[in-house]
Design a protein around this ligand. Structure first.
Ligand SMILES: Cc1ncc(COP(=O)(O)O)c(C=O)c1O
Length: 388
């Protein structure tokens, strides 16, 4: 069989491994999976019954490309309540999750050979999407306060001309780090000056352990920021629902591109989220989810302190699912993986999260789907295989 040229790079084995889950007996700290105990099954039972009874012609039908009008209205209300800014006419659409929104941006903005600037390290799914559209990727250094805006400024001054900057400002995947407030202001100023569009991925934004939130980049600069949001982490990934908010000119093109992918997000999921949200359930569930992940992070931190040898360090997330571990220089986390799996713990090594070199002695540890006892066991197992 003759396949398209773009298939020659292949998929990423890491992503397949994450989605497939670990072998039996192995505790998985691999995926960015929400804990199923946060899935609102009982409430959804009632909502689904009502939707199927009262409006099958909407919930089970095709929908407009940009989303069902009442759902868009709800999402606009929600943006206003959560981020202090209401999208104007044509500035918001429904997507089939965050990943689809990244794909739509690629469709709309990237020709082969174009360059996307990203935090290094960054979300593996995004890196794969950019590679799939034959784009180059420029990694920008991070530190504990997120993307180093000074490093981006240097690269832009030196002639880098990215089609856009992809950034995850809160509880970043994979590092757990958050972009500091003053950097947010500096970043939008810099990108305005250089005419760089920002693609802001807010997948974990609402999962701050203390319930707080810094201003989103979109709320600071709606003229140059496209925001991709998802209900996967605060509702359920199985529903595959998200949103894009941004300049009307860009949104019109994203909606146009959606005609070439799935044409519309599923109506049932759209109405589920709207009904669930309008009834106030997010206000009940999200605080409970935050508390759950906060206590898991505390358990992870305790276990890391107890079981990791000297010379190891890790990021301290203020929300979300991940901490980023740095092991001693001589340890290669890809090589260590086999031993770790044999000891009964699975993680994702650092390298695939970098667009270029980097991450050899780093790894992502996801604590979102392990209970506290499992976290203690998983970290103890990890510690037992790290050479001192
Ligand atoms: C940063 C980031 N963006 C987007 C996604 C994809 O989300 P969705 O399930 O909405 O496609 C993920 C999922 O892990 C993620 O971590």
């Amino acid at each position: 069989m003759r396949f398209a040229r773009r298939t020659q790079g292949g998929g990423d084995a890491e992503l397949n491994a994450i989605l497939a889950g670990p072998p039996p007996g192995v505790l998985s700290a691999m995926g960015g999976f929400p804990d199923p105990q946060t899935f609102p099954t009982t409430v959804l039972d009632d909502i689904v019954e009502k939707l199927l009874r009262d409006e099958p012609g909407v919930a089970l039908q095709y929908t407009p490309v940009e989303g069902i009008p009442s759902v868009r209205e709800y999402l606009a209300d929600r943006q206003e309540a959560m981020q202090g800014r209401r999208p104007g006419e044509g500035e918001l659409m429904v997507t089939s999750g965050g990943m689809e929104c990244i794909g739509l941006a690629c469709h709309a903005l990237l020709d082969p050979g174009d360059v996307v600037a990203v935090e290094a390290p960054t979300y593996l799914g995004a890196l794969m999407a950019f590679a799939g559209f034959e784009a180059g990727v420029a990694g920008i250094e991070m530190d504990e306060d997120g993307l180093r805006v000074d490093a981006l400024a240097d690269k832009l001054e030196a002639g880098l001309e990215p089609r856009f900057l992809y950034v995850i400002p809160e509880f970043q995947n994979p590092t757990g780090r958050t972009l500091a407030l003053e950097r947010r202001h500096a970043l939008v100023e810099l990108c305005r000056k250089h005419g760089v569009l920002i693609f802001e991925d807010v997948a974990y934004r609402e999962l701050a352990y203390d319930g707080g939130a810094l201003p989103s980049l979109w709320s600071l600069a709606p003229d140059i920021v496209v925001q991709a949001g998802t209900f996967s982490k605060i509702f359920a990934p199985g529903v595959r629902l998200g949103w894009a908010a941004g300049p009307a000119e860009v949104l019109a093109e994203l909606a146009d591109r959606k005609q070439f992918t799935d044409q519309c997000a599923g109506g049932l999921g759209q109405r589920l989220v709207e009904e669930y949200g309008r009834a106030g359930h997010f206000e009940r569930q999200i605080p409970a989810s935050r508390e759950l992940y906060a206590s898991r992070w505390r358990a992870t931190d305790r276990a890391l302190r107890a079981h990791l040898p000297d010379g190891c360090s890790w990021s301290e997330p203020a929300g979300g699912f991940f901490t980023w571990l740095t092991l001693p220089d001589h340890v290669d986390t890809r090589e260590l993986r086999e031993e770790a799996t044999a000891a009964g713990v699975a993680y994702v090594p650092g390298r695939p999260f970098y667009p270029g070199d980097g991450g050899a002695n780093e790894l992502r540890f996801s604590f979102s789907r392990l209970d506290e006892d499992e976290i203690a066991t998983a970290v103890e197992r990890l510690g037992s295989v790290i050479p001192a």
